[in-house]
Design a protein around this ligand. Structure first.
Ligand code: AMP
Length: 213
């Protein structure tokens, strides 16, 4: 299965994509994770990406398209993939369509996870990631200054720089302007499946698997 997860920051794309990828036995390809890994490793890509990520902007299309093209050429993606965080612009979507069509392996579906804006902002304020194992957790907003430790491995729970309240507004604006038009792009192609992203993680997962049957 070749799938794109679409939705604003905080909609739950990463959490659901990871679980779905395990269920389907295909790689979960998160461009945000790849860029954060490159930034942490201090590579040239990471250094360039950081300039855009830190203030909630987008890394330029040619960089992102090259990165995804390279990742999709790896053997594990031959079985299928779940793309999370890519495409984010119409230019990226067109490049992806072209790449997959040229290989005779177009997308099977695009899942859009919809969550009301006030809930997205609340979720991002309480989102923490384990610095050791990468597990995502949600902390109560009233305690959002307390970081704590990861239940899975005991590692430190950290807030992503771009989840800070100053940056979240900019990321939402960028989503509305650059990424939301992809909903229409994929609807026209007959690929869009819409899922309500509120409720528990299990409920959302059930809805997603229901939509893919
Ligand atoms: P994410 O983890 O998907 O929220 O991505 C974190 C940040 O990485 C974004 O705010 C962008 O700065 C950058 N990024 C991730 N994916 C893309 C993409 N497809 N195009 C441009 N920038 C991206």
């Amino acid at each position: 299965m070749r799938l794109v997860m679409l939705g604003p920051p905080g909609a739950g794309k990463g959490t659901q994509a990871k679980r779905l990828a395990e269920r389907l036995g295909v790689p979960h390809i998160s461009t945000g994770d790849i860029l954060r890994g490159a930034a942490a490793a201090g590579t040239a890509l990471g250094k360039e990406a950081r300039r855009f990520m830190d203030d909630g902007g987008l890394v330029p299309d040619p960089v992102m398209v090259g990165l995804v093209e390279e990742r999709l050429a790896q053997a594990d993606a031959g079985r299928g993939f779940i793309l999370d965080g890519f495409p984010r612009t119409v230019g990226q979507a067109e490049a992806l369509d072209e790449l997959l069509t040229s290989r005779g392996r177009p997308l099977d579906a695009v899942l859009q996870i919809a969550v009301p804006r006030d809930e997205l902002v609340r979720r991002l304020a309480g989102r923490r990631v384990c610095g050791d194992c990468g597990t995502l957790v949600q902390v109560a907003v009233e305690h959002s200054s307390a970081n704590g430790s990861c239940d899975a491995c005991g590692g430190p729970l950290l807030q992503r720089d771009d989840d800070r309240v100053e940056t979240v507004g900019r990321r939402m604006e960028v989503y509305d302007r650059e990424t939301e038009p992809l909903v229409g792009h994929y609807r026209t192609k007959g690929l869009l499946r819409e899922v309500v992203g509120t409720g528990s993680r299990d409920e959302v997962f059930q809805r997603i698997t229901g939509k893919l049957q």
